[in-house]
Design a protein around this ligand. Structure first.
Ligand code: F0G
Length: 474
C-alpha cells in the first residue's frame, strides 16, 4: 500500500457536500453543455478540478487575515509579505498581483514583442496565452521521457538542454526576451525539475544573455521532490532547497493559489530594477497600487503565512503521500496513469483507456464527463480540448502527444475515504468503457477555448439513461 502519512492537522470547520442522484447529474451535465467548467459547484460531490485556490487555510492564516491592514498604500500586510518573499525567494523586487496570470500578463507586456520566442519545459495555458496575446511564440523543450507515460524518471519536468541550446542558436538570443521553466511542470503531468537541470538551464540562458524566469506555482512540492529524489539533498530543508532554486533565476511569476495555500493571490518578482519600474507601471494601470496589487491587505497576510506553511516538511510528506496513495489505488485497478504520479495531481491517460475515441473527439473530455455521471466527481481534461492548436506558420492543427485527465488534489481538503471513493468510481466507469462516447465542439473561443467550450456527444444520448442499449453503437 502506498505511503500516506496521516494528515498533520485535524478538522475544525466542515463544509457539507452532497451527491446528487443520477438523473440530476445527467440534467446538470447536459445543462453545462458537457463542459465541467460550466457546472454549478454545488452539483459536484468531490471536486478534483484544480488545486488552485481550492485549498483549506489554516487557523494561523485565518488569524492573520484579521490583522490585515487595508491602507491603500504602505500597509503593514505588504511589509509582512515582503519579508517572507525576500526570505524564501531572495529577489530584489516584487509586486503583488491578484493571481498568477496577472503576473504573466505583466511579464509579457513588458518583454514580449511580436515574433519573439519564449522557451520553457512546458508552458501552462495561461502563460502560453499571454505570450500569444502579445504576438510571441511559446515553445516547449521538455525531455522526451516526459512523453512516455509509463516510463519512470524522477524528474520528468526537466528541460532538454541540447534542444534548448540548438533552438537559441538557430533563433538568435535577440528574439528570446526571456526564458522560462515551470516547477512543477503542470501541463506535463505535475512532474518536478531537478536542481541539476535548473542549474544547467540557468547557465544556458546566462551564456546567451537571456533573463531566466521561473513559473513557481508549485515550488514547495518541487523542492520536496528534490529532497526525496536528488542525490545530495536528503538533509536539506525544503526552504534551503527553494532558496537554492531561486538564486539561479532572474525572476519569477507565482500563483499563490497553489503553494501559497490561499484562495486568491499571486506576485511577480525580479532583480532587474528597470524591468521592475516597467512592471510597476503595468500593475498600476490594471491591478492596483504596488503595495497591494489586485488584493486586499488581508489576502497578503494569508499569503505570507501560507508560503511558509507550504514549506513545512510534515505537510509536504502528507501532501505528496496523498497523491501517491491515489495513484496506487488507480494502479490496482489497472488505470493507466502518468508515472510516477505528480505532486499536486494524478494524471490518467485517457487516450490509452479509451482507444476507440480519436483525438479530435476529445477522449479526455469523454472520461471527465463520465466520471461526473458515475460519481459526481469533477476532473479536468488536459488534452486536445485544452491544448490542440493551429501551427503558427501553416495553420494546421497540432494535437498534444497525450490525452490526459487530471485529478488535482486541493491542499488539506479531502481525506483518504474521499480518495477511496474516487478509486471506486473509476472502477465502475472503466467497467463500461466501450460505451463511452466521443464529443464534438459546438462552440469554441479562439484562445483558452476549454473554459467556455460547448460540446455534444457524438452518438445518441440514449446511453445516458440506458447504458446497456448503447453497446455496439460506437
Ligand atoms: N502557471 C501554472 C503552472 C499554473 O498551473 C497556473 C494555474 C498558472 C500559471 C496561472 O495561475 O490561475 O493563478 O492565474 N493553474 C490552475 C490549474 C488554473 O488548475 O492548474 P492563476
Amino acid at each position: 500500500m502506498a505511503f500516506h502519512p496521516p494528515e498533520p492537522f485535524r478538522i475544525k470547520m466542515v463544509e457539507p457536500i452532497k451527491l446528487l442522484d443520477r438523473d440530476a447529474r445527467e440534467a446538470a451535465i447536459r445543462r453545462a453543455n458537457y463542459n465541467l467548467f460550466s457546472l454549478r459547484a454545488e452539483d459536484i460531490f468531490i471536486d478534483l478540478f484544480t488545486d488552485s485556490g481550492t485549498s483549506a487555510m489554516s487557523q494561523k492564516q485565518w488569524a492573520a487575515m484579521l490583522e490585515g491592514d487595508e491602507a491603500y498604500a504602505g500597509a503593514r500586510s505588504y511589509f509582512r509579505l515582503t519579508e517572507v518573499i525576500e526570505d524564501i525567494f531572495g529577489f530584489s523586487y516584487f509586486l503583488p498581483t491578484h493571481q498568477g496570470r496577472a503576473a504573466e500578463n505583466i511579464l509579457s507586456a513588458c518583454l514580449v514583442k511580436p515574433g519573439d520566442y519564449i522557451p520553457s519545459n512546458t508552458h501552462f495555458d495561461t502563460g502560453y496565452a499571454n505570450i500569444c496575446d502579445r504576438g510571441g511564440y511559446p515553445v516547449n523543450f521538455v525531455i522526451d521521457e516526459a512523453h512516455n507515460p509509463t516510463l519512470y524518471h524522477p524528474f520528468k519536468g526537466n528541460m532538454d538542454i541540447q534542444k534548448l541550446r540548438d533552438f537559441i542558436k538557430q533563433t538568435g538570443p535577440d528574439q528570446i526576451p526571456f526564458g522560462m521553466i515551470t516547477i512543477t511542470n503542470n501541463a506535463g503531468g505535475g512532474q518536478p525539475v531537478s536542481m541539476e537541470n535548473l542549474r544547467t538551464v540557468s547557465q544556458t540562458y546566462k551564456e546567451f544573455g537571456i533573463p531566466f524566469f521561473i513559473d513557481a506555482c508549485r515550488f514547495a512540492e518541487n523542492a520536496y521532490f528534490i529532497k526525496l529524489r536528488e542525490p545530495g539533498y536528503a538533509d536539506k530543508s525544503p526552504l534551503e532547497i527553494s532558496r537554492e532554486i531561486f538564486a539561479l533565476a532572474d525572476g519569477m511569476t507565482m500563483s499563490a493559489k497553489k503553494d501559497g495555500i490561499v484562495n486568491i493571490g499571486g506576485f511577480i518578482a525580479m532583480n532587474n530594477e528597470a524591468l521592475f519600474e516597467q512592471a510597476r507601471n503595468e500593475l498600476l494601470i490594471r491591478e492596483g497600487f504596488p503595495t497591494y496589487g489586485g488584493l486586499a491587505g488581508r489576502d497578503l497576510d494569508a499569503m505570507a503565512v501560507g508560503l511558509r506553511e507550504a514549506l513545512e516538511e510534515e505537510y509536504l510528506a502528507y501532501r505528496l503521500g496523498q497523491t501517491a496513495y491515489l495513484a496506487a489505488r488507480l494502479r490496482e485497478l489497472e488505470i493507466p496513469i502518468i508515472e510516477p504520479s505528480g505532486g499536486h495531481a494524478v494524471y490518467v491517460d485517457a487516450g490509452l483507456l479509451l482507444p476507440h475515441i480519436p483525438q479530435e473527439q476529445f477522449p479526455g473530455q469523454s472520461l471527465s464527463v463520465e466520471l461526473y455521471l458515475e460519481g459526481g466527481i469533477r476532473t479536468v481534461e488536459i488534452g486536445s480540448l485544452g491544448f490542440a492548436h493551429p501551427e503558427p506558420q501553416t495553420g494546421q492543427m497540432v494535437y498534444p502527444k497525450l490525452e490526459l485527465v487530471r485529478l488535482a488534489l486541493p491542499r488539506r481538503v479531502y481525506t483518504q475515504s474521499h480518495l477511496d471513493y474516487v478509486a471506486e468510481t473509476f472502477g465502475k466507469t472503466v467497467a463500461r468503457r466501450e460505451q463511452i462516447p466521443g464529443y464534438r465542439l459546438i462552440y469554441a473561443a479562439k484562445l483558452m477555448r476549454q473554459f467556455t467550450a460547448q460540446l455534444e456527444p457524438i452518438q445518441l444520448e440514449a446511453h445516458l439513461s440506458e447504458p446497456s442499449l448503447a453497446i455496439g453503437r460506437l
